[in-house]
Ligand binder design. Structure first.
Ligand SMILES: *[C@@H]1O[C@H](CO)[C@@H](O)[C@H](O)[C@H]1NC(C)=O
Ligand SMILES: *[C@@H]1O[C@H](CO)[C@@H](O)[C@H](O)[C@H]1NC(C)=O
Length: 503
């Protein structure tokens, strides 16, 4: 969904959780919270950060992961007390991680450095790679990789290190990087381990029916840039889907033991998920505090109404990584269309979201003061802002100081899955890492944000359907990486906080 709008760090969007009063939907109705669907969900246990992070031990994917491209993979990383690590990345041909294509063995050393000055709550790390090897699980996988390498000069040099199809040995490990191997095959393959340069460890207790709560430990590593061309240079400021401790993971987790038992020659093949239609009805909210690249903390909530294909989203923004100190809330609403299966990302559905209405609520003094001094015609028209009071910014075509532009269109990618407990999860496309918005079909995402959880209501419930709010409108700009509009007053907040963080 459209989240988008906000430029720069701040803005981005997120969907929030709000629900709108159905009656008012047509005319700028009055949006209110749905008590059962506060975000994050009240029954979720709060997570605590482990500082400094303790990486030792085995960490695994809890399901099939999707990276921009798309790439489908599972990961199994082990960190040792002497700072060495061994990582397996298992790549697949299919979006359910059932048909392994090739696997990487990555060995190296990682050293924690200091609290991040950019992403609060994260720790920066340095890493060094000692060895990277690749194992192909089929002829086709070898052809796919060499075919891709052959498209560039550096790639052609690299592909000489790989066997011809006649010489290929199943199970053989081919070195891409080692003390002996020359040149850099990594970039040609689009591979980096920059994810190791930003880490966060969190733990929480998962309630177990009729038993003691279980400890769950999560390892958040840096995000992967959505633009393939930027991957090699990009230093993460957000996270990808977390790994979990192989010893302390959510239960049940059918993928966990499969991933934990695998090695580079024996990749896990995950069980087939049920095929689920995309039913959007109901309220969907963030399961926890979300972090976006460029220093954005938020929670989202959405509601979709089937019959009129309208939607609403509430994005609550915060200045801290626990989402306790709110800065402002954006409610966005509009219509959506489309619904064709994605050709690029199997199993996903393509939708187009329009954001035609938006409301803004400043939640702290800094944001309120900023809006107070902004040009009235740029955000909400004449009149003072006050903390906690919502104003409709539709008539001023959004709110420029917050990067919200109306009307706004976004090309989206959606999928619905069930987790192991049968809970419905809604995956919405990952926002472009450069802070822009997917406002053309070419910019449609190929990967997802953290899933939203269904918190109540059914699709098409005619009585007061919850509505979701869309994301905010897009950032001002048309696609090229031009300068972004930074909500300046928010920057001091962020920077000020940086000095308080632990060192
Ligand atoms: C890649 O290029 C090499 C050398 O030019 C060639 O032998 C090989 O067949 C090519 N592989 C593919 C998959 O195109
Ligand atoms: C915003 O402006 C109003 C009216 O001028 C004023 O009462 C209020 O204190 C201002 N709020 C902030 C946070 O500056």
């Amino acid at each position: 969904m459209p989240a988008a709008m906000l430029p720069y760090a701040c803005v981005l969007v997120l969907l929030g959780a709000l629900t709108a009063e159905a009656a008012g939907a047509a005319g700028g109705g009055h949006l209110r919270w749905e008590p059962r669907c506060q975000h994050p969900l009240p029954d979720r246990m709060p997570s605590t950060a482990v500082l400094p992070p303790r990486l030792d031990g085995p960490w695994i994917s809890t399901g099939c992961e999707v990276r921009p491209g798309p790439e489908f993979l599972t990961r199994s990383y082990t960190f040792y007390p002497n700072r060495l690590f061994r990582a397996y990345q298992f790549y697949y041909r299919d979006p359910f991680c059932q048909e392994p294509a090739h696997s990487l063995l990555i060995k190296g050393k990682v050293r924690l450095r200091r609290a991040s000055w950019v992403t609060r709550g994260a720790t920066e790390a340095d890493y060094h790679l000692h060895k990277v090897g690749i194992v192909f699980h089929s002829h086709q996988a070898l052809l796919d990789v060499t075919g891709r390498l052959n498209q560039t000069r550096a790639g052609q040099d690299c592909s000489r290190r790989l066997p011809t199809t006649q010489a290929w040995l199943p199970g053989a490990l081919y070195e891409l990087l080692s003390a002996r191997a020359e040149g850099d095959c990594m970039a040609a393959l689009g591979f980096t381990m920059h994810e190791l340069s930003l880490v966060r460890v969190q733990r929480y207790l998962q309630p177990q029916p009729g038993a003691a709560s279980q400890l769950v430990e999560e390892l958040y590593l840096g995000d992967i840039h959505t633009d393939w061309a930027e991957r090699q240079q990009y230093r993460p400021t957000g996270y990808q889907r977390p790994l979990q401790s192989a010893l302390h993971h959510v239960r049940p987790c059918p993928a966990c033991s499969l991933v934990a038992r695998s090695d580079v020659r024996h990749p896990p093949a995950l069980p087939a998920p049920p095929a689920l239609p995309l039913r959007l009805g109901g309220r969907w909210v963030s399961a926890g505090c979300e972090v976006r690249p460029a220093v954005l903390f938020l929670t989202r909530a959405f509601a979709f109404h089937g019959p009129g294909r309208s939607w609403e989203g509430r994005y609550r923004h915060f200045s801290d990584p626990a989402c306790r100190r709110p800065t402002f809330t954006v409610l966005a609403a509009g219509r959506y269309s489309g619904g064709a299966p994605s050709a690029r990302v199997r199993g996903a559905t393509e939708l187009v979201f329009e954001v035609t209405r938006a409301h803004v609520t400043p939640m702290d003094r800094v944001t309120t003061a900023m809006l107070n001094v902004s040009e009235p015609s740029s955000c909400g028209g004449p009149g003072a802002w006050s903390v906690g009071t919502e104003r409709d910014v539709t008539a001023t075509n959004g709110c420029l100081p917050l990067g919200i532009r109306l009307p706004h269109v976004e090309y989206e990618l959606f999928k619905v899955e069930h987790d192991a407990l049968g809970q419905s999860l809604l995956f919405i496309g990952q926002r472009p890492t450069d802070g822009s918005s997917p406002d053309t079909p070419e910019k449609r995402p190929t990967s997802y944000q953290a899933p939203l959880v269904l918190c109540g209501g059914d699709a098409g419930d005619p009585s007061g359907p919850p509505q979701r709010r869309p994301a905010p409108p897009e950032a001002p700009r048309g696609g090229d990486p031009g300068p972004r509009v930074a909500p300046l007053p928010l920057l001091p907040l962020v920077l000020g906080a940086a000095f308080l963080r632990w060192l």
